[in-house]
Design a protein around this ligand. Sequence first.
Ligand code: WTA
Length: 640
Amino acid sequence: MDNTALENRVFNPPAEIAENANAKADIYEWAKKDRLGFWDAHAKELVTWFQPYDKILDDSNPPFYKWFVNGKLNVSYNCVDRHAKSNRRNKAAILYESEIGKKVCLTYGMLYREVNKFANVLAGLGVKKGDRVALYMPMIPEATVAMLACARIGAPHSLVFGGFSPESLRDRINDCGAKVLITSDGNFRRGKPFPLKDNADKAMEDTPTIEKCIVVKNAENEVVMKEGRDLWYHELMATAANYYEPEVMDAEDMLFILYTSGTTGKPKGVVHTSGGYLVQTQATLKYVFDIKEDDVYWCTADIGWITGHSYVVYGPLALGTTVFMYDGTIDYPDKDRMWDMAERYGVTKFYTAPTAIRTWMKWGTEYVKKHDLSAIKILGSVGEPINPEAWMWYRENIGHGEAPIMDTWWQTETGAHMVTPLPGVTPLKPGTATVPFPGIEVDIVDENKNSVNEGYLVVKSPWPSMLRTVYGDDNRYIDQYWKKFGDFYFAGDGAKRDEMGYIWVTGRVDDVLNVSGHRLGTAEVESALVECEEVAEAAVVGKKHEVKGESVCAFVILKDGFEGSPELIEKLKKHVGVKIGPIAKPDDIIFTSSLPKTRSGKIMRRLLRDIAEGRAIGDVTTLADPGAMQEIAAKYAGKE
Ligand code: WTA
């Protein structure tokens, strides 16, 4: 359904927020008149530099842009030292609760101490500036400590989401050549311990660069500690020295690598650097969530995704905010767990994903109504388009009918918010991320780069927190993001513009799926499927799903001599889960004897999506065998 045409509800900013907001309407004028001056002012205001930069932007070698040229800083210094040495010393930096109810509070002073000690631990194991460190961790304070300790040494970290399989972890470790892996004995999921270290052990069977593995004791799981390789975090910390001099880093030195799915089977290591990233994550958080000194800020994203990096760790801690962190499922022991915590901690800013909102909607309002959420002032949404119905439910029930919703469009690659409202300024419409953040130039263009009202979402000029390359593969960086439009960044999303000029992101236009806000390449799932001895060929598409946004739907051709059966469907699903991770498991597997292909052999996924979503099949004239669609459609109908 085209909701851009249907949606005409407009919600103005609440007067109380508008009056005291960090960002007033004139911020757009300022950024428009003097884009680089706008970023320059924020770089000066929000970052403590060891040495000032001599140029704001170096665009002499596109698309390899440099921001805050020759500026020197340390990101961990900005996130902890400067607060620990101020009157924020005893302010809570991290409030943490585990699923089974363990509670931790780390003040900025305490966090500073932990980060310094762990930097000494890493340095003691031979980690130096430039060495890569892999993290495979639950949402525990030690994960934040480890990230900041890496930043302190100047060793780029690469986090791998705890839900990924041993193979996915292994591939990512090997791609970046990590020297150390930091993991945990596990964490709790629905009251049961989840064996993270066992997965790490499987991955480390084939990771030649890993020298040491540091294990945080968290779940009291039995783990095997390999002599000479595996070390306990708490034992190392017990004897670590209290101070580690922060490494002087260049603005363009690498801060981290984060892998994300692309259009080919191999995930890309997105590279982020230090200066620009720290400027834009802070500026966006300050204005979009209107961060104030007494906020209790909760972003529910896992630390293993970009939202966790930018808006659980770096942005909020650099601003000296109190961050609440929860490690566990959202319905344990009951479906009101989230609201129970939001009430107990007095959460004021809450940032989550549409898939979670749709889950809460399905459960009904009784769980929310049990709790007093009146402290909540601003809500956020990220990860996929939010449907107007979910938007309204979120505002009514979590935002007590008045909290503005910041629908933030951005990506692993953009590092920070790009298209988003501002809470005190932007009239909101349910379902749209509205307008570009000040200082960001976004447009919608057609194949020929003309500005249009429906087409490809692009960024027209470099921005501070942009990715700098794909780790070890500059060509892939160019091909993926810059080949299509030259000097415009191609985001891979489609978008529409409405009569107010608001941007409605409609979803990926490339072969990337968005399942519960997680990016998955169709090629990744397809290559997992064809690894099975029964499978000759596979094509994967995203199918609209009420809660997940999209679910994985696979069309599979079997090799001669094999027959489709419910057992085989289960086997293939399980294989994908083991190979990539549970999020990649197909909901539907359909056996067919052919796939719709163009004469040049390219699979027409658009047509398969038509079948999966029950639409009339689109234009088949470019197919090599137009009749193929009939058979597939019949097979699909038979399945249901
Ligand atoms: C999608 C997550 C619509 C989009 C920060 C993008 C969104 C991909 C929104 C990036 C939004 C993210 N509205 N779509 N507010 N936010 N997306 O790299 O397709 O995990 O390209 O970064 O999620 O996913 P990633």
